[in-house]
Design a protein around this ligand. Sequence first.
Ligand SMILES: [Zn+2]
Length: 107
Amino acid sequence: MVVCPQADCGSSNVADLPHYWQSLPAESPLKPKYAPPAGGAASYWASLAVVALGIVTAASGAVGLGLAVVVAGVVWGALVFRRSAKAAARLDVWRGSHVCLACTRRF
Ligand SMILES: [Zn+2]
């Protein structure tokens, strides 16, 4: 059984944060407070398009410029990937969180 870790609370009246959030009515002022963290919408396609553009540029003769564009696209893609991985980790933490219904502490 999960109990609240708050020293002066210790209540067992604890809810799963995702379930609690879903059960809140849309007009509840608490709805945004307990909302899941915003996931970084992964725009892999844009960085992939830049890589493709770089390959086309390199193939059409401007090899140096084309390679530079390819590298820029790959670096951009890596940044997008890292950001979305961090967002996914935050979402995992949110999914595993609880909320105490006695003192409203999140843990
Ligand atoms: Zn509590």
